[in-house]
Design a protein around this ligand. Structure first.
Ligand code: ATP
Ligand code: MG
Length: 411
């Protein structure tokens, strides 16, 4: 019969890769908890409307990448990111009534219909943070610190933090007008995507990867607008203070005026963390401030800032973590005795296995030496004398002890 294959752009996370995933998940819990964040888990699917409004209908995510389907005349979408879902939950559960800041973290699968390539899947995982209720740049700083310290805890150091400010809706509007004016003469030469961005979301023009468009944007009059400082005094002050906080902590960053991020909801701070040892898909973390999103989704006006990291990209940087060997392998031809002893050891948190197929002694010993640190031998003699022989499989050292002392031996 024909075998059914895995879907394009999706991957099994196999048992031998699991140590790395557990490591990423445990470190996330450990580091984010230190900052006072609590985990939240929201559903994998939500109303399509949530993403259209929450991510923005001028974005690639909403326009091209969503897995949308109908059920009972409702349009549903597999979440392409988790910020919109977390904000929905924040509003629905009245979390604005809690004392600010409210710090939430999440991890889980996201779904985007994009062209699969190295570092880009259709189902992938993100781990992220959202901090609600603080408009001061101290929250931006803390969010960036959480990202950096999490990456450090994973042993990743070869990273670059890119930082930019998008201003507020008021000063950004002015920038958009100037940008459109200076690009207008070249409009017909831009790629199809940029032609539609030009009207719908001109900031996203800066994000275009097409070499033809890049060449146009490199022109001096266009660069003058891009590189010029457009932000209003309040936004400038916010950005300056954030940079001072980062400087105080010795956090290195690079200003990237082309960094606009893919989502519509950002204002003021945006940042990305790139790995210097990944290929073209080298962004491991993207984040920023989104002060209008909670209100736009029907909640109380609540400032917020957060980030998301791609866990497959992190995993590829962490490399392989060898599985720990089982501590004990019980060797016996008496299945009942073996069952009893393995359960006793497991009850004391000692990882233990025995040969479920009850093969010959030598075969069991062979298997034990491949997978375990100690063989715990229960032969006929041991059973009759109420003893057990423990063999260190690394050193081949062995000794026979009282059956009742076995737990003590391992402790
Ligand atoms: P890009 O410009 O590369 O498409 P993005 O702006 O869509 O990135 P975000 O939505 O900010 O990415 O997601 C945050 C992080 O999630 C990215 O930096 C990346 O590490 C990871 N990520 C995003 N899309 C994918 C994907 N399709 N496969 C694997 N990881 C992804
Ligand atoms: Mg994308």
């Amino acid at each position: 019969m024909a075998i059914i294959k895995i879907q394009k752009g999706t991957k099994d996370i196999l048992p031998e890769e699991m140590s790395v995933w557990h490591f990423m998940e445990e470190k996330a819990n450990e580091i984010f908890t230190k900052y006072g964040a609590k985990e939240i888990r929201t559903p994998i699917f939500e109303a399509t409307e949530l993403f259209a409004r929450g991510v923005g209908d001028t974005t690639d995510i909403v326009n091209k990448e969503m897995y949308t389907f109908e059920k009972s005349e409702r349009s549903l979408t597999l979440r392409p990111e988790n910020t919109a879902g977390v904000v929905r939950s924040f509003i629905e559960n009245g979390m604005h009534r809690l004392s600010a800041p409210i710090k939430l973290w999440y991890k889980g699968p996201m779904f985007r219909y994009e062209r699969p390539q190295a570092g880009r899947q259709r189902q992938f995982h993100q781990v992220g943070i959202e901090v609600f209720g603080i408009k001061q740049p101290s929250a931006d700083a803390e969010v960036i610190l959480m990202a950096i310290n999490y990456l450090k805890a994973l042993g990743l150091n070869d990273l670059t933090v890119e930082l930019n400010t998008l201003g507020c809706p008021v000063c950004r509007e002015e920038f958009k007008t100037k940008l459109k004016a200076v690009i207008k003469p070249y409009l017909s030469n831009l790629c199809e995507d940029c032609q539609s961005r030009y009207e719908k979301n001109p900031l996203r023009l800066l994000d275009c990867k097409s070499p033809e468009c890049q060449e146009i944007f490199a022109k001096s009059e266009i660069q003058a607008v891009i590189q010029g400082d457009f932000i209003c005094p309040e936004c400038a002050e916010h950005f300056k203070t954030l940079k001072e906080y980062l400087d105080t902590l010795g956090i290195k960053y690079e200003r990237n005026k082309l960094l606009v991020r893919g989502l519509d909801y950002y204002n003021r701070t945006v940042f990305e963390i790139k790995s210097n040892s990944l290929g073209s898909q080298n962004a491991v973390c993207g984040g920023g401030r989104y002060d209008s999103l909670v209100k736009n989704l029907g909640g109380e006006d609540t400032p917020a800032v957060g980030f998301a990291m791609g866990m497959e990209r992190l995993a590829s940087l962490i490399g392989k973590i060898e599985d720990k060997k089982t501590t004990a392998f019980v060797i016996s031809n008496d299945v009942k005795e073996a069952l009893k002893l393995t359960e006793e050891l497991r009850a004391e948190n000692i990882t233990t296995e025995f040969d479920l197929s009850n093969k010959k002694f030598v075969k069991q010993l062979e298997k034990a030496s491949k997978t375990a640190k100690f063989a715990v031998i229960l032969g006929e003699d041991e059973i009759s004398q109420n003893k057990v022989t423990v063999k260190n499989l690394d050193t081949a050292e062995q000794k026979t002890i009282e059956r009742s002392n076995i737990i003590k031996f391992f402790k």
